[in-house]
Ligand binder design. Structure first.
Ligand code: G6P
Length: 615
């Protein structure tokens, strides 16, 4: 997501900040900025677009060449609250302009805090959640922290809910800056006569290899001579630095061998950031979408339109929305939708799903649906993208930038957004009551920890893949939501491992495709729907009788199918309705390890592009 770099020392700070930010470019960003202290004032320079734009701005003003600026913080922003723009870029300044802050993460209670501050006369210059932090810092600095910036940070942190990595600069303290973290990575770098912070090690690796990894709720004060680290209670913490021996390319992947693996490991965080900020007082609140009961009752149908992985998320969405809301839902791949004269009326809600927000077929389909009079709700990952800008309403997923071509964490978050939408609509329609909604929301809140548990099964899948990577053809079969999930699992496998693969509804195989099953054919069977297990067991017996080898991915409720499987991956206990969010992860890991065993480039599969902007 966003990137942070900070420096205090004797060298000229701006080249160090720009160099550090450039090393975080791979993470994706849409604006960049720096704050530094000169002549007892905080100066902020920021610019939408590439770091190069910021560099030019700093060079043109003569600041870049200055040798007398020695302390500063820098940021690359990947928009989450508010479009990419100069105003929304970081650093953000407090009202007096004396405190600057850079922030990674999401402040979940920022609207509440914003109201609190507005009532006290604070004015906001941006749409970001981060600006709340800048003003809160000033509020505490003046009101109850005795103009001590470290104390003001501590008091501010106790007001914040959500995730953050922070760098804070105060004009009254030109020799020090403050760092803090909660659920968003931040490291401290120890130099010779200088010290650093960074959201990711590569940003500072050319200056120091001595790194202290901050832990949740810790706060640090950095001067050029020392770093003081404190725990949540203000007690000093002593931690020996690590000596980083990796090269910077490995460091960009956070120690993982590939971006795809790193991104799968980000799934718990991505789902949490998509879900938690929308849940308040046992209700779901989207920033930009709300339909009342009459509007929902008036809908003749919902159409979901998307491409690739996003379309597969849409198929899960269809099952869930129909089951909960009893509104007919049709799913189309965007390239087909446009040219078949689809039935759309003013009573149709079209849901467009896209990670990039730039896929040309999806964009064109959206425009067509709009032209035909439909309301458009987009579920998009990239803030300010074309689809996000043109849709009537947007629900953003919080996957963060996805670099591997094969989409992983984006899918989990698209599902999470669709579930929230389905629960909200079903509740508004009176189809689920307050207690049921509360129960579902608790289960949604628990998804990140279930994803953590699931990721821990990595080794079993690695071993299984090592024994089967020479397969020529692999089938995925499932029923109900497991069929919807199988489509995505099969796509993931074929797009990166180049193994032929198909997904079939468990009951459909015998109508032709079973002819392709022969001795040793691998069949992967996600089973998360207890009411369909007996039927699946029969379908598995049909393929086993023809020699198939079965990999079962089972929830505890479906464990009775283990007897027909050759290998079982056990999922944690999960409500069957929510199972795809978690059950997809082993199938992604499976695709990953099959590909690694075959020696192909996991992150850049042949013939594919991350964002397809041609028809
Ligand atoms: C490309 C990518 C897929 C992605 C699809 C839709 O084909 O390789 O991974 O699912 O586009 O992309 P979108 O950005 O619209 O979700």
């Amino acid at each position: 997501m966003c990137g942070i770099v900070g420096y205090v020392g004797s060298e000229s700070v701006l080249p160090i900040l720009l160099d550090g930010l450039s090393r975080l470019e791979y993470r994706g960003y849409d604006s960049a900025g720096v704050a530094f202290i000169e002549n007892g004032q905080v100066d902020v320079q920021k610019k939408k677009g590439r770091i190069l734009n910021l560099r030019e701005k700093l060079a043109d003003s003569g600041l870049l060449a200055r040798q007398d600026i020695h302390i500063g913080i820098g940021h690359t922003r990947w928009a989450t609250h508010g479009a990419p723009s100069d105003e929304n870029s970081h650093p953000h300044l407090s009202a007096s302009g004396r405190i600057a802050v850079v922030h990674n993460g999401i402040i979940e209670n920022y609207l509440e805090l914003k109201r609190f501050l507005q009532e006290r006369g604070f004015e906001f210059a941006s749409e970001t959640d981060t600006e709340v932090i800048a003003h809160l810092l000033e509020y505490h600095y003046e009101e109850d922290a005795g103009q001590d910036i470290l104390e003001a940070v501590r008091r501010t942190l106790s007001d914040l809910e959500g995730s953050y990595a922070l760098g804070v600069l105060c004009a009254d303290d030109p020799e020090q800056f403050i760092a803090a973290r909660q659920d968003s990575p931040l490291v401290l770098g120890l130099g010779e006569g200088c010290n650093f912070i960074a959201s990711d090690i590569p940003a500072i690796l050319s200056h120091t290899r001595k790194i202290i990894i901050m832990e949740d709720r810790e706060v640090a004060r950095l001067t050029k001579e020392a770093i003081e680290l404190f725990d949540a209670f203000g007690q000093p913490v002593k931690r020996e630095p690590l000596l980083v021996t990796w090269d910077s390319e490995a460091a960009e992947k956070g120690g993982y061998e590939h971006f795809m693996m790193k991104e799968m490991h980000e799934e718990p965080r991505a789902v949490r950031d998509t879900v938690l900020p929308r849940i308040r007082d046992n209700r779901i609140r989207f920033e930009n979408f709300q339909m009342d009961r009459q509007a929902l009752e008036n809908l003749d149908r919902i159409r979901i339109v998307a491409c690739g992985t996003a379309a597969h998320a849409g198929i899960v969405g269809k099952y869930v929305i129909e089951a909960l809301c009893r509104i007919p839902v049709e799913v189309d791949v965007a390239s087909e939708f446009r040219y078949r004269n689809p039935i759309i009326t003013e009573r149709t809600l079209t849901i467009i799903i896209s990670q990039s927000g730039e896929t040309l077929d999806t964009l064109a389909a959206m425009r067509e649906a709009k032209r035909l009079g439909s309301q458009i709700l987009a579920i998009v990952n990239v803030v300010g993208s074309s689809i996000a800008r043109e849709a009537d309403h947007v629900i953003y997923t919080a996957a963060g930038p996805e670099i591997a071509v094969a989409s992983t964490k984006a899918y989990n978050t698209q599902l999470a957004a669709l579930y929230l939408l389905a629960f909200q609509m079903a509740h508004t329609l009176g189809r689920i009551d307050d207690a049921e909604l509360k129960d579902y929301l608790e289960k949604m809140t628990n998804l990140p920890s279930l994803l953590e548990t699931t990721l821990a099964h990595q080794d079993d899948l690695q071993r299984f893949a090592a024994a089967h990577f020479n397969a020529h053809s692999i089938f995925f079969i499932g029923r109900g939501l497991d069929y919807a999930l199988s489509m995505e699992a099969s796509l993931k496998l074929k797009e990166i491992s180049y193994i032929h693969s198909e997904a079939y509804a468990g009951g459909e195989l015998k109508h032709g495709t079973i002819a392709l099953i022969e001795e040793g054919t691998l069949v992967v069977c996600p089973m998360t729907q207890p009411q369909l297990v007996e039927k699946m067991i029969s379908n598995i017996r049909e393929v086993k009788a023809r020699g198939a080898v079965i990999l079962g991915i089972l929830t505890p409720d479906c464990m009775r199918a283990a007897e027909v499987c050759d290998q079982v991956i056990e999922l944690p206990q999960i409500d069957p309705l929510l199972a795809p969010v978690v059950a997809v992860t082993p199938t992604q890991l499976f695709a990953y390890y099959m590909t690694v065993n075959k020696g192909f480039d996991v992150d850049k599969p042949r013939n594919l592009a991350k964002s397809v902007t041609v028809e």
